[in-house]
Design a protein around this ligand. Structure first.
Ligand code: ATP
Ligand code: MG
Ligand code: MG
Length: 311
């Protein structure tokens, strides 16, 4: 059983309109409503791959109730959100069918009180200590009210329970949590540059490891994944750039890395899986979904170059 944490979960609503024109009224031709937030996306991909996964974080109000119900309907997903008095946020994407562009409107999400945070911490510690928990992913931004050192605490609790932990966040929460020695971080190019001050990925991944991360897997958009790990360094590349919607591709890369970690796959195989899943997410029409046929087609065609660390 894997565990994903989404402190800032959401209910994602997509409206498709023929053409978006400001100051006019639009007929909505399609409505899609689904659970969202980074760790929720990771869990959806893991479940689609056949893994059992528990989702936690905060959910509250009517939107939180819908979020729990929708997730509980999904096979292989167990819902373990902690309560929050405020209402879970919604995000609204308005997709313009004429241009393919999307206009995104995101609510900030409910503020978390210190008592709610403390209750979440207690339930998280129980979840990571539960026998059979094989890996944890901590994903996304922090909601208002959650301390900036939150992910550092969650990394330490997972490590104390001897459960491998992967972190995908940005800014100061990332900086603090890296010092708590997570097993894997998965920054994109911008997040890695912000952490290290270097725009040169090879140099920046080395620097991020020196700061405490055991393994750094930088995601570089169409250039693929650059990994620096205790076992060696590798770059995974797609056979060709994929056209489509890159939103959520990073979350699929996290799902690939987490499942490979839980299964004990060698690093080059983990990276190939993460690459093929994330590129197949770019190819899928809906953000955060992946196209299975594209995944299976890409997996044997991913190139992984690099070398194991000297013994
Ligand atoms: P997210 O929006 O999910 O947070 P991210 O910014 O964290 O994404 P990216 O580096 O943009 O992550 O993309 C993650 C991975 O998706 C890349 O490392 C790569 O494997 C794959 N990917 C992204 N864009 C493309 C593309 N155009 N063609 C092929 N693969 C891609
Ligand atoms: Mg990106
Ligand atoms: Mg990302």
């Amino acid at each position: 059983m894997m565990l994903t944490v989404t402190l800032n979960a959401a209910l994602d609503l997509t409206y498709r309109v023929p053409a978006l024109v400001p100051h006019t009224t639009h007929r909505v031709t399609e409505v899609i409503e689904r659970p969202g937030g980074k760790g929720v996306n990771v869990a959806r991909v893991l479940a689609a791959l056949g893994h059992e996964v528990t989702v936690t974080g905060f959910a509250g109000g009517d939107t939180g109730r819908v979020l729990r119900e929708r997730l509980a309907d999904q096979p292989r997903v167990t819902v373990a959100f902690a309560p929050v008095a405020g209402t879970t946020r919604r995000t609204l994407a308005v997709a313009d069918a004429a241009t393919g562009d999307t206009t995104q409107l995101n609510e900030p999400g409910p503020a978390v009180t210190s008592a709610e945070w403390a209750a979440f911490l207690g339930s998280y510690e129980q979840l990571v200590r539960r026998p059979g928990t094989t890996a944890v992913a901590l994903c996304g931004s922090l909601p208002p009210g959650v301390p900036v050192g939150a992910y550092a605490l969650l990394v330490r609790a997972a490590r104390a329970a001897h459960v491998p932990v992967l972190l995908d966040t940005s800014g100061e929460p990332l900086r603090r949590a890296v010092a708590a020695r997570p097993d894997i971080i998965k920054p994109n190019a911008e997040e890695l540059a912000e952490l290290t001050g270097s725009h040169e990925p090879a140099r920046a991944t080395r620097d991020a490891r020196r700061r405490g991360a055991h393994a750094v897997v930088a995601s570089l958009g169409a250039d693929g994944l650059l990994a620096l790990t205790p076992d060696g360094g590798w770059q995974a590349r797609p056979p060709a750039p994929v056209r489509g919607n890159p939103t959520g591709a990073g979350d699929s890369a996290v799902a690939g890395l987490l499942s490979g970690l839980a299964e004990g796959l060698p690093w080059p195989d983990r990276l190939a899986r993460a690459l093929a899943l994330s590129a197949a997410t770019v190819a899928a029409p809906a953000a955060g979904e992946f196209d299975r046929a594209t995944y299976e087609d890409l997996l044997p065609r991913v190139t992984v170059t690099g070398r194991p660390a000297a013994a």
